[in-house]
Design a protein around this ligand. Structure first.
Ligand code: NAD
Length: 497
């Protein structure tokens, strides 16, 4: 039996079970979802498609845990810290199982999944460190010396999380680790395509024995259960990651429920990169291609709009072509694989449609790729267009696939900054140069949540991540995300009374 077959045969949950109120419980739903391996398009598991009853059960469990349970009302910050540290260790001890499962369910290269697991474990340890450092402020009374004013920070309450499919275990950690550290309770819904590592995570959390019942609950499914979570009146905050269209619906819905609630939305991107005349062309070509093609381009911050200075344009194109064609596309579980397939048929069809649009509607020149790959599953070749108009559809719409648009050559950085000001998105950007003035101008003027200088895609637990404009609002990672799960209360005490 191969390692992969063995993890699927050893799953600690079955097709009817969901984790609610501290136990594996049978879903009330009659519907199930098929879970695929995108490498082959074969079904590898089945999970429940939760219904309104399951959702209500999960939210009420989180609500009771928040208002009456020990996690919020009895545990000290250091007990919550220790619970998160124990969870990090449990993930570390089972990381091989999680890596196999994640790679099978997403088609990601196993080497990338290992990095994702390193980050996941680090995130739980990083946010554990904040759990015992919730601080308020004392404010000296301005008008009446007998009044003491101070703030205390309290957890925001029940948080409903809705995730995208593209980094299932790592994006779970981005959300769950700071929210648990802040003392919130959670109902978590993963992307419908990728539920398996969320289920496995629930199993590990349960096994630690450190999280009281109702603190972490899972619902599975798509639009229906996601919408029901957003609409549920007992939810205090929604943390959403996904497309702009769904994000806008979520914002509208959270404003229409009986109680308005805080929302954080992490949405799409169309991130520009700029190659200046002094850039190291060999190094930069590789950085640009991995910046775009990492996770088969299903990356919110993928570098998809590339600006190359006119003076180096013709020299640079062959390097980009060579770097794209050198990417190794093999079975995701092969350690040498550098790029995997798209997640499902819908995403595969969408990417092929954008390649058609690039050729036929945008009339862009194809440098390389443009075809399905490997003759199975949802594979598409790394694809690069060049001489693309900055207003072309392939240069402005999020494709979420391995498609890079090299724009028409530019002459001045000011011109680039002026055009990028109108970019619908503002999630990330990159610049490749050693000229200090250009770096300063770009990083100061560009309204982007993350700007990489001479590198791309590096993210750290301690640096906030999020967007401007249609890339959303709120921040994940860093102290900022932890603070987003806390709210201040002002206390005014008359000490002369
Ligand atoms: P999507 O919008 O289709 O789905 C996202 C999640 O929302 C899924 O769990 C889905 O089931 C759920 N959902 C769908 N309709 C809903 C509704 N009406 N109410 C509540 N929930 C609903 O996005 P996707 O295809 O899963 O993910 C790709 C998108 O996510 C891309 O646009 C990408 O840029 C974005 N993304 C952003 C970040 C970030 O941090 N900014 C990170 C990863 C992905």
């Amino acid at each position: 039996m191969s390692g992969n077959a063995s993890i699927l045969s050893r799953l600690p949950f079955d097709e009817k079970l969901i984790y609610i109120d501290g136990e594996w419980t049978t879903s009330q739903a009659s519907q199930t979802c098929r879970v695929e391996n995108p490498d082959t398009a074969e079904t590898i598991a089945t999970v429940p498609e939760c219904n309104a009853q399951d959702l209500d059960h999960a939210v009420k469990a989180a609500y009771t845990a928040f208002h009456d349970g020990p996690w919020v009302n009895e545990y000290s910050g250091s007990q919550r810290r220790d619970a998160l540290l124990a969870l990090a260790t449990a993930i570390e001890e089972s990381r091989q199982d999680i890596e196999e499962l994640e790679s099978l369910n997403t088609g990601k290269p196993i080497s990338d999944v290992r990095v994702e697991l390193d980050d996941t474990i680090d995130l739980f340890r990083f946010f554990a460190g904040y759990a015992d450092k919730v601080e308020g402020r004392h404010i000296a009374a301005q008008t009446n010396r007998n009044l003491e004013g101070y703030t205390v920070k309290v957890p925001v309450g029940v948080v409903g999380f809705i995730n995208a499919f593209n980094y299932p275990i790592c994006l779970l950690a981005w959300k769950v680790a700071p929210a648990l550290a802040a003392g919130c309770t959670i109902v978590f819904k993963p992307g419908p395509q990728t539920p398996l590592t969320t289920q496995y995570f629930a199993h590990l959390l349960h096994k630690t024995g450190k999280f009281p019942r109702g603190v972490f609950n899972v619902v599975l499914g798509g639009v229906g259960v996601g919408q029901a979570l957003v609409d549920h009146d007992l939810v205090d905050k929604i943390g959403f990651t996904g497309s702009v269209a769904t994000g806008k619906q979520v914002i509208q819905s959270t404003a229409s429920t009986r109680n308005v609630r805080c929302t954080s939305v992490e949405l799409g991107g169309k991130s520009p990169g700029v190659v200046m005349p002094d850039a190291d062309l060999d190094k930069t070509a590789k950085l640009v291609v991995s910046g775009c093609m990492a996770n088969a381009g299903m990356n919110c911050n993928a570098l998809t709009r590339l600006w190359v200075h006119r003076s180096i344009y013709d020299e640079f194109m062959p390097r980009i072509k060579a770097a794209a064609e050198a990417l190794v596309l093999r079975t995701p579980q092969d350690g040498a694989t550098e790029m995997g397939p798209l997640i499902d048929k819908r995403q595969y069809d969408r990417v092929l449609e954008y390649i058609r649009i690039g050729r036929e509607e945008d009339r862009a020149a194809l440098l390389t790729g443009g075809q399905p790959a490997l003759g199975r599953g949802y594979w598409i070749q790394p694809t690069v267009f060049f001489n693309v108009s900055p207003t072309a559809r392939i240069a402005t719409e999020e494709i979420f696939g391995p498609v890079l648009s090299v724009l028409e050559p530019f002459d001045s950085l000011d011109e680039v900054i002026e055009i990028e000001r109108k970019n619908e998105f503002g999630l990330a950007a990159g610049i490749f140069t050693r000229r200090h003035q250009d770096i300063a101008k770009f990083t100061r003027k560009l309204r982007s949540g993350t700007i990489w200088v001479n590198n791309y895609n590096a993210l750290y637990s301690y640096l906030p991540f999020g967007g401007f404009r249609n890339s959303g609002f709120g921040r994940e990672l860093g102290y900022e995300s932890f603070d987003g799960y806390l709210v201040p209360k002002s206390i005014i005490d008359d000490i002369s009374y």
